[in-house]
Design a binder for this molecule. Structure first.
Ligand code: LLP
Length: 416
């Protein structure tokens, strides 16, 4: 995480000390680095240079407008999964012709919005969705560009909650049924088949399952060609993992893409990718302050002002995020449970961390740029934290902290 470096013992985001950001914007607070975001996108774009390829950032990983704006400016397209995300990317200046729409439950209203916007492609996930999309497009007197999201039934070997490419998952069209569904689609008047799509899971550190999925998709592409169905693009989804801890295995973008590009060489197929975590995960940290230290007989608790409502990943998936002091302090370390103020035993951010701590210390929870703020909630009536984007020596508040009054404003008491 070179955009987050220690200088004179103080952790910085680019040129700004995180202690300064805590003083200016309060805690808890999400901090993103422009440089890290741009570098992550560049890594993909460099590997794809000269090819007919488009990186469609998976908006769900981090949907802050400033993040989307930065990526759009550098030529990224977007993978969205809701009408809300569509409005967001348009508000961030996205080109509609670079938007793909994924997700198993698209509503008719969302389809209509996307059709009138003129997006690049709908990644259709079922026969029922295909039928609905055809009806909505007919009503609008248009044709919907589609790919089928095919479930290649490969084991991505990742956490069961974020594995999506197995038969038992709710996602995509079963591999064995895809060819027949393509034929059905070809007979519909208001859809236009443009591609094929898959997404096998998230936080994959081994490139092999991606290649296995691609081989299965290419077999289908060739079978479809014999049926007279010629595809123009192949979308390989997202899923490339990041390093959460030093001893994690890690894969470079090149090592992930090279076997895929080798298989696609010479084929007249545009390549689409939908990376999320890899573009933003290591570009963000969650800044938090120690409220209380509560050493105990069995465990020592450090109660911080961030909680599971802010960063849900540890509670939800047992995910490990590195937690480091913003200012290193001398003295002996102790093993701490890093926990939040929420009234649940599952409200932890890290177990058994060796740290030298005092009340009031600032901590940074690393690799929190993906699936952090987007998954936060207002549980325990906790306003969602501020988001700050650092660009060199400048810090921009890109989402201010919510207030409790704002939360209450959506509700009302009974009339009597
Ligand atoms: N495309 C589709 C259709 C997806 O469902 C996803 C993620 C992506 C692309 C992006 O995947 P990525 O490159 O970020 O791995 N909340 C979980 C991750 C859920 C991923 C859901 N789908 C977490 O915190 O680990």
């Amino acid at each position: 995480m070179s955009a987050f470096c220690r200088r004179d013992g103080v952790l910085h985001a680019e040129s700004v000390a995180l202690s300064e950001l805590a003083a200016d914007f309060g805690t808890p607070c999400w901090v993103y680095s422009r440089q890290a975001l741009e570098r992550a996108l560049d890594e993909f774009q460099q590997e794809l240079r000269g090819l007919d390829a488009l990186v469609c950032y998976a908006v769900k990983a981090n949907s802050n407008l400033a993040v989307l704006d930065l990526l759009a400016r550098r030529g990224a397209g977007f993978d969205i999964v809701s009408g809300g995300e569509l409005k967001r990317v348009l508000a961030a200046g996205a080109d509609p012709g670079r938007i793909v729409f994924s997700g198993v439950g698209k509503t008719a209203a969302e389809m209509e919005l996307a059709l009138t916007t003129g997006i690049l492609c709908f990644n259709v996930e079922s026969a029922a969705e295909l039928e609905r999309l055809n009806d909505v497009a007919a009503k609008l007197g248009t044709r919907a560009p589609i790919s089928l999201r095919v479930n290649p039934d490969v084991d991505a070997g990742t956490h069961p909650y974020i594995s999506t490419g197995l038969k038992e998952n709710k996602f995509g069209v079963a591999y064995d049924e895809a060819r027949a569904l393509y034929r059905q689609a070809a007979a519909l008047g208001n859809v236009e088949i443009t591609g094929i799509d898959c997404h096998i899971g998230s936080q994959l550190l081994d490139p092999a399952p991606f290649a296995e999925a691609l081989d299965k998709l290419l077999l289908l592409v060739d079978q479809l060609a014999t049926d007279g169905i010629v595809l123009h693009h192949i979308d390989l989804g997202g899923g490339l993992g990041i390093r959460y801890r030093d001893d994690d295995a890690s894969t470079t973008v090149a090592a992930y893409l090279q076997p895929l590009l080798a298989r696609l060489a010479g084929r007249p197929l545009r390549i689409l990718l939908e990376p999320g975590r890899r573009l933003v995960g290591n570009a963000g940290v969650l800044l938090t302050r120690v409220e209380y230290l509560k050493p105990g007989e069995v465990k020592n608790f450090a109660i911080v002002d961030a909680a599971m409502n802010d960063l849900a990943r540890p509670a939800l998936y047992g995910s490990w995020h590195e937690i480091v002091p913003v200012v290193t302090r001398p003295g002996a370390t102790r093993r701490w449970e890093i926990v939040g103020p929420v009234c649940e035993s599952g409200d932890f951010l890290g177990h058994d961390r060796a740290l030298a701590l005092a009340g009031g210390d600032l901590l940074a929870i690393l690799s929190a740029g993906a699936y952090g703020m987007v998954m936060s909630s207002n549980y325990n009536t906790r306003p969602r934290a501020a988001e700050v984007l650092v660009d060199g020596a400048q810090a921009h508040l890109v989402r201010r902290r919510e207030t409790v009054d704002e939360l209450l404003a959506l509700e009302q008491r009974l009339p009597c």
